[in-house]
Design a protein around this ligand. Sequence first.
Ligand code: HSE
Length: 306
Amino acid sequence: MKEIKVFAPASVANVSCAFDILGFALNDIGDVLTFRKTKEPGVKIIMKNEQQLSEDPEKNVAGVVALAMLTMAGVDFGVEMEIEKGVSPGSGMGSSASSAAGAAFGMNHLLGGVFSMQQLVKFSMIGESLASGVEHADNAAPSLMGGIILVRSLNPLDVISLPVPENLYVTLIHPDVEVQTKKARLLLKQTVPLSDAVIQWGNIAGLISGFYSNDYSLIGRSLEDVIIEPARALLIPLFEALKAAALSAGALGSGISGSGPSVFALSEGKETAEKVAKAFREIYEPSGIEFKIHVSTVNKNGTHLI
Ligand code: HSE
């Protein structure tokens, strides 16, 4: 084996109401990581296209994951990791998680598959913690495992794969403004009024029931976030207009992707998802802000060799 290449997909975390506990993987957008074993111990990082990210393994999300895995496995070789970012940092599409998940998956392959999927999620969280200051798995777990993932608990780690309704489509707009998760987390209050908590957990339960029962109307009714979104919406230019446009175009619901600035909408069927894409474009084009729009199904494969 000279080298291996891994694709680790972007992801949408929170899914409106389920802050830090729910996320799903996207198709086509992702990081590509190439791994080569080296005789010298340690980790060498080569960033292919994102020069603002550090190549110092201790300051790079993929680097800290690889270092932790080498140490845990107790092997005498090292690794060279070439990272081609497909997910822009600060985009709200789980950029750090893609690199962390890719590193965990690729390293496990080099190490002969000694670690379980749960352990790989744990290792990825080391990278997430470096990036955002807090361990969370709602991007890393879906990026690794694919599909829609519920992170029921971090300690002990308990991640559950939920069913993906067959005709569920995602439309995502990525405005070209950067939001750092670390900063977006500092905006959040540490306490929640009980009345808001009741609305929120009703919505989370509704959303998950909707995934199990293929009930698109229930999914739509549950895509409401009364706790996090009001605090973060100000970071995203034209957020309310995007949401309103998505609903008028027939989306089930819409919200902030992760900590933003990307905004996602869920729709039943590709045709509606494309209409939402057009509606998003009409809102953003006059603004002069650069943007990209993606239409995707939920990626069920997660991180894999290419
Ligand atoms: N759950 C995280 C947050 C996802 O909203 O801060 C972003 O990494």
